[in-house]
Design a protein around this ligand. Structure first.
Ligand code: CTP
Length: 402
């Protein structure tokens, strides 16, 4: 089930650490290679000898053991998955704040793989707002949380706080990370690029021509594609970028020319390209090396058409590659959108009209109509951008990957 999978199991100081001995057994039995990293206080709860015997690997505790330095970066890169079980309140707080005073935290901060945590604590600690805040922070980092279970607690009380059972942890990680289900992850093995945000075209060192795009729609599509199993690269213009979940690579660009270059470079190895960016159509012919001084009443700036990225990809598209564009229109919406579908040789065009309330720049919602090259039209209600992203990806899967 986990044949060949590499797992780092982090164990912190908690009574529930005894259950992790069994978790090591289950993981190894399922075929995984397991390396165990424990915090210094976890030693009071479980014996490194037991863990090293069961995992068939030395147990790592210290960043530096007097003679050699533990390479936490390579350990974080080696793993396909890092599980921290049990996760104590103390380690949770340190992870949420980027603290790094032991090897386990150093591995966590260096890990490039997904991270799953299974907290264990007393009910009152579990319910404390600080714990909730720290867990929310971990979630915002893209970490997955296996919630505590109800039951007898070490304090003698009964309530929420027990670490999930090792069998449940195994099921969770298999279902969420290692099960290649055609139903939940139909895009597994596919590479996708998504453009998002505005572009800035510089006039001089302090000024640019830009637009109001927030990048939210493109980011939501990138996340949805990633959730469906695709290996996603987000090519993002200058806007606030939230923390990206593991699995999404980010290429930051500023101008239309840079976005064009990045897309051209990625496209040949791409299966799906979604062009959601609001790319500048024109860019200044000359960028003044110094700040342009205020002189005459009129200032004429000569602009040159930028390269149309979507069109350029449409021209080199191979069979099997799916190309999706957007059309933001204020009038003759449907006919302009269909025109763009043809002219740019896209497979799908997502229309959002600025006449629809809640659609367009800055909003957290959008209202779209999708046209495909076979002449079909799909209409949707106003929804959150996350739900819209799901509609776009669902429509694409139904048309090209069902
Ligand atoms: N697009 C692009 N490169 C450009 C301009 C637009 O890749 N230089 C892409 C957008 O990302 C979008 C689609 O083309 O997917 C349509 O963009 P839009 O601005 O609606 O249309 P334009 O082709 O720029 O035409 P117009 O501005 O005249 O409507």
């Amino acid at each position: 089930m986990l044949q060949g999978k590499k797992i780092v199991l982090g164990i912190t100081g908690s009574i529930a650490a005894y259950k992790s001995i069994y978790l090591v057994r289950l993981l190894v039995k399922a075929g995984a290679e397991v390396k165990v990293v424990i915090t210094p206080s976890a030693k009071d709860f479980v014996s490194p000898l037991t863990l090293s015997t069961l995992s068939k690997n030395p147990v790592l505790i210290d960043l530096f053991d007097g003679e050699s330095w533990a390479n936490h970066v390579m350990l974080g890169r080696w793993a396909d998955l890092m599980i921290i079980a049990p996760l104590s309140c103390n380690t949770l707080a340190k992870m949420a704040n980027g603290q790094c005073d032991n090897l386990l935290l150093a591995v966590y901060l260096s890990a490039t793989c997904p991270v799953v945590v299974a907290p264990a604590m007393d009910e009152d600690m579990w319910n404390h707002p600080a714990t909730k805040l720290n867990l929310a922070k971990l979630e915002s980092f893209g970490n997955k949380i296996i919630s505590v279970e109800k039951g007898d607690l070490a304090s003698g009380l009964f309530g929420d706080g027990r670490m999930a059972e090792p069998e449940s942890i195994l099921t969770y990680i298999t279902d969420n990370f290692f099960l290649i289900s055609r139903v939940t992850r139909p895009l597994h093995g596919k590479k996708a690029i998504v453009t998002a945000g505005p572009t800035y075209e510089h006039l001089d060192p302090v000024r640019f021509i830009g637009n109001h795009s927030s990048g939210k729609m493109g980011i939501a599509i990138a996340k949805e594609l990633e959730e469906r199993g695709a290996d996603v690269t987000l090519i993002m213009g200058p806007t606030q970028v939230p923390i990206m979940p593991n699995g999404i690579s980010l290429i930051k660009v500023t101008s239309a020319a840079e976005m064009y270059k990045a897309c051209q470079k990625e496209f040949s190895t791409t299966d799906i390209a979604v062009m959601a960016a609001a790319v500048a159509d024109y860019s200044p012919v000359n960028i003044s090396p110094e700040k342009i001084k205020k002189k005459d009443d009129n200032l004429i700036v000569e602009l040159l058409k930028t390269k149309d990225i979507l069109k350029s990809l449409g021209e080199i598209k191979r069979s099997g590659q799916v190309l999706i564009g957007f059309a933001l229109e204020t009038n003759n919406e449907k006919s302009y959108a269909k025109d763009k579908l043809q002219k740019k040789n896209a497979d799908m065009i997502v229309l959002n009209s600025l006449n629809d309330i809640g659609a367009g720049f800055g909003y957290d919602t959008n209202k779209i109509t999708i046209f495909d090259k076979g002449g079909k039209e799909f209409n949707f209600d106003t929804k959150s951008k996350t739900a819209v992203a799901k509609d776009i990806v669902d429509t694409m899967i139904n048309l090209y990957y069902a």
